[in-house]
Write a protein that binds this ligand. Sequence first.
Ligand code: NAD
Ligand code: IPM
Ligand code: MN
Length: 347
Amino acid sequence: MTRIAVIPGDGIGPEVMAEAMPLLAWVRTQGQEVEWEVFPFGADHFLKTGETLSDEAFVKLRDNFDAILFGAVGDPRVLDGRHAEEILLRLRRDLRLRVNHRPCAPMLDVHVPLKGVSAADIRLEVFRENTEGPYCLKGETDKEGAVDFAIHTREAVSALLRAAFQRAEKLRATLTLAHKANVLKHGHGLWMREFKTMQAEFPAVRATSMHADALLCALVQRPQDFGVIAADNYLGDLISDLLAAFQGGMGLAASANLATDQAFRCTGLFEPVHGSAPDLAGRCLANPAGMILSTALLFRHLGWQREALAVESAVLDALAKGAATQDLGGNLNTLEMGTALRGKLSI
Ligand code: NAD
Ligand code: IPM
Ligand code: MN
């Protein structure tokens, strides 16, 4: 029996999650043995109980579930973002979800904001290191200044690069490492060394490195020239929102946080790229497509390729017929959009 932990979280998280949940019941009707449990972790729960994610809850998620389906966290009432750190960033780090895989394959030409570029021209995938860099959250502040540390270990960097090289090899795509080794001589120096070592291991992959600033310019000017993009946690975060724009906006982008070993039962956390969007929260305006497409990534991770393709095809079908929330220029609300996106599945 496959067991999924569902964490809707904050803001629009529960609103978009409500539109993805019917897919769990649907996948059962397709013959998959799955059960799920919904957890309340998020700002409301924290403000009510003082608990973000207890050690006991963490161990339960780690040892009793195969994967986590996650909405979003972030709430203006929790000013220091402590619960996001202790829930989402902890799950990524302590479940050893080294790879944040963020594919970018725009569905419709009208979604692509770049002049003269069509949807089929763009087949990009970000491989973002997911546990280190400045996300170690170590540093200090005093009256005169502040320091944030960034950690880069060979173990995490090589795990991320290996996954990116393997993916590029499989897709016969180019691989580009985004870095700022001209400034971050220590941390990104290590990335460059590991990258070189791995280039020798994967001679069939056309792999190059680029300064991240120049890469962003080139991505906007000629996205056709790129395939898999590997980056550290911080640069990967920035690049993935740029690629969300290529797909039509934050409402459409999906992501998978993946383990590179089998250390624990729980080997993946699936979530849209977007956050809790406090500006939309409670207004039933959010686009649930990114959440639904992240559920398709979950299905693929579990080996349910046919179901993953069916969900992706249903989303494409609805978008092609003009289903749109306000971010896509339409006037459907979240519930109507969810119904439209699941329409081809008859749920
Ligand atoms: P955001 O992604 O929440 O919102 C950025 C913009 O995109 C906003 O204008 C928002 O309205 C729009 N948007 C986001 N999701 C959308 C959707 N589904 N449909 C339509 N429009 C959508 O980023 P932010 O405003 O920088 O952050 C808000 C909060 O979310 C912060 O607390 C941040 O830390 C948190 N956050 C969480 C995650 C996560 O849980 N993985 C990711 C990003 C940000
Ligand atoms: C993301 C988000 C998170 C990140 C925030 C909420 C800490 O922006 O999932 O991309 O920076 O990783
Ligand atoms: Mn982000």
